[in-house]
Design a protein around this ligand. Structure first.
Ligand code: SAM
Length: 321
């Protein structure tokens, strides 16, 4: 029997989507289909479009969800292309009842040594979610300058050891495997950093994965597109696993809620900003202790939800943010 990725906070996701208008829910990170299955089981009138850039994960999803027949449609592609991908199957502006972004990696990707995502097992330095496109981590590790590596690691919150590790990487080139890279990082990091929680290589690997997969640009584009795709009352639900992602989502939702209005809150708005909707609740939802015990990968998850509200004043399709 196949063991699938365990969907994080699936009950919360299903409950939130139950407030949306009837129609099509787009799971833009469908993975092996855990959330999609829970959503399809929750209501017979829901259709799901699942998108994932990783064809091997999508194959398992196809097998898992085939019993739902034409209520599920799977598409391989990047979620930054979501408008084009949905347009090709006839889902246009203001036609999605909900959009789910469960970011990061699928357990299958992490647990397959040949993908090179894990600092716990030996594998090639790849880290691409779609192994047919873009540069691999080995290109980055073996070709970037010291300053480029330092900037990359610092941007991912690794300040203390960015320079030392970058120098060590350059001195040890060429590097071909995850084990070699972990070894270099391990020898380069200072004593105090070792006392931090988590593996010494964790943030370095994460920084490389985010770069290789252009995760920040992907996220910025899909957030923006979601406002044009959602119907009135439709929900955008996001689940993120590190502070960089969550910070982007939080800033986006705040901006979308106010429309960028800078007017003093005690006075009526005079700047003409148009709100695109409202946050469904303030702050984030997190998994329960029980869920984390059952699925330790859920530990850092933060869920946010935004309701698209299309104003009666004629604003129909959202504007560029
Ligand atoms: C955390 S997993 C989703 C798991 C899924 N919710 C489930 O229940 O099985 C994230 C998935 O998003 C996919 N993904 C990440 N970035 C993507 C992007 N820019 N475009 C499309 N898929 C992406 C990954 O390949 C991975 O399968």
């Amino acid at each position: 029997m196949t063991s699938y990725h365990l969907p994080v906070m699936a009950e919360t996701v299903v409950k939130l989507f139950s407030h949306c208008p009837n129609g099509c829910i787009v799971d833009a990170t469908v993975g092996t289909g855990g959330h999609a299955e829970a959503i399809l089981l929750s209501n017979d009138s829901i259709h799901v479009v699942g998108i994932d850039r990783d064809s091997s994960v999508l194959e398992l999803c196809r097998v898992r969800l085939e019993r739902f027949g034409n209520r599920i449609k799977l598409i391989q592609g990047r979620f930054s292309q979501i408008e084009r991908l949905l347009g090709e199957i006839g889902v246009g502006s203001s036609q999605a009842a909900g959009i789910l972004l469960d970011l990061g990696l699928n357990s299958l990707q992490v647990d397959t040594p040949g993908r090179g995502f894990s600092y716990m097992v030996d594998g090639p330095l790849d880290m691409r979610m779609d192994a047919t496109q873009g540069i691999a981590a080995s290109d980055l590790v073996n070709e970037a300058t010291e300053d480029e590596l330092v900037e990359l690691f610092r941007a991912n919150g690794e300040y203390q050891n960015a320079r030392r590790v970058s120098r060590a990487i350059i001195a040890s080139r060429p590097l071909h495997s995850t084990t070699q890279l972990v070894d270099v990082i391990d020898r380069a990091v200072s004593g105090s950093a070792r006392k931090r929680k988590g593996h010494v290589a964790k943030r370095f690997f994460q920084a490389m994965r985010v770069y290789v997969n252009e995760e920040q640009a992907e996220l910025a584009t899909v957030l923006d597109a979601s406002m044009r795709l959602l119907s009135d009352g439709g929900y955008l639900i996001t689940i993120s696993y590190h502070s960089g992602e969550d910070g982007m989502i939080k800033a986006f939702m705040r901006y979308a809620e106010t429309g960028g209005c800078q007017c003093p809150p005690q006075l009526p708005c005079r700047c003409g900003a148009v709100s695109l909707g409202r946050m469904v609740f303030r702050g984030v939802r997190k998994p329960t202790r029980d869920e984390i015990d059952n699925n330790p990968r859920a530990k850092s998850a933060k869920l946010r939800a935004f309701e698209r509200v299309i104003s009666a004043t004629g604003e129909r399709e959202g504007r560029e943010l």
